[in-house]
Design a binder for this molecule. Structure first.
Ligand code: ADP
Ligand code: MG
Length: 327
């Protein structure tokens, strides 16, 4: 009897554990992040959830413009005075930002913050006309000089060529954080997962054997979806003028800035980008928003493995060529 009981226990232990779904929502980078994945053990799931939260917070500590101790703040404090050595991680993100500035002829520009730092959307604050006029010429990604010095050790160095330059990675850092967390889950053998930070999401594998469904909200009605997309192994990012904004004298002031004017970009209401990873989807959703539906869609249609859904300033929706053909 005892022996039989023992062998039954051994048999149960040797059976493959049953996969379960785990999920967690938490606050980071001034927004809500979410992780959802499938794994066999509760213990492993809890460890991975902690790892994901830690990783998002680590990226935030590095790149937040609001934390005076972040590496990014150090650049804003010092790089106009002298060259500053930074981490490879931040350096690579600055290089990726410069790549998108060149690709979009300056629509994506992390130095938007030279004027952008004067907006405070929570407290309905914007720069005065005089401030905007005097600082708008300081928005220029070419003022950020990157150099990789290969002496005995590799050094990544940044210098600002303009005393008024300020940078902000809000248009690309969340995408980076999502990519980092997906990598972390994949390294631990996770095959099916979803991660989001604000409007930046990435899915791997499937949800219960089916494609993932991700809805894009109507820019003027938060209870309505404009589309619900079936996805697999894709990143999806949305930039909208309804995320952080205030309305004054019937004008909407929101957090996506046109580098040419230092004012909120008024070419689109929302732009959704599908791409292979979240850094690219994030940078492109901000960029295409600023470029607007005509120039923006023309650019998207030249990029391999990139799709777009644009809602223009009048609420009209257009999709990239590959999505039209997919219907
Ligand atoms: P979120 O997910 O925070 O809504 P988005 O991807 O829509 O972010 O990008 C908006 C953020 O990008 C802004 O909060 C700001 O930090 C940054 N940003 C605004 N305008 C530009 C621009 N022209 N180029 C690069 N980054 C920008
Ligand atoms: Mg973005």
């Amino acid at each position: 009897m005892k022996n039989r009981l023992l062998s039954l226990i051994l048999l149960l232990l040797s059976l493959p554990a049953h996969s379960q779904w785990f999920e967690k929502e938490f606050e980071v980078m001034g927004t809500i992040a979410r992780v959802e994945f499938e794994t066999e053990s509760e213990q492993k799931a809890q460890l991975l959830i902690t790892d994901v939260i830690d990783e998002m917070n680590r990226v935030d500590q590095l790149m937040s413009p609001f934390k005076t101790t972040s590496e990014l703040s150090k650049l804003n404090q010092q790089a106009a005075k002298h060259p500053v050595q930074i981490s490879d991680e931040l350096y690579r993100l600055l290089q990726r930002s410069a790549y998108y500035s060149n690709l979009t002829q300056g629509a994506f520009d992390i130095t938007f913050s030279s004027v952008g730092y004067l907006y405070d959307y929570r407290n309905n604050k914007k720069p005065t006309k005089a401030q905007k006029e005097s600082l708008v010429s300081s928005i220029n990604y070419k003022s950020v000089k990157l150099s990789n010095q290969l002496s005995s050790v590799k050094q990544s160095i940044v210098q600002f060529k303009n005393p008024n330059t300020k940078i902000d990675l809000g248009g690309i850092a969340k995408g980076h954080a999502v990519d980092q967390c997906i990598k972390l889950l994949q390294k631990s053998g996770i095959k099916n997962a979803f991660i989001s930070a604000g409007g930046d999401s990435r899915v791997i594998g499937r949800k219960n054997g089916r494609l993932w469904y991700i809805g894009i909200r109507h820019p003027r009605n938060k209870d309505k979806l404009i589309v619900n997309l079936p996805l697999e192994n894709t990143s999806i990012s949305t930039s909208g003028d309804y995320e952080r904004f205030f309305i004054q004298d019937n004008i909407r002031y929101h957090h996506i800035i046109d580098p040419k004017t230092g004012d909120s970009s008024r070419n689109s209401q929302s732009v959704t980008i599908l791409a292979e990873n979240s850094v690219d989807a994030d940078a492109l959703s901000t960029s295409i928003f600023v470029l607007g539906p005509v120039k923006g869609m023309a650019l998207v249609n030249t990029l391999p493995n990139v799709s777009a859904i644009i809602v223009d300033i009048n609420g009209k929706m257009t999709v990239s060529d590959d999505l039209v053909n997919a219907n």
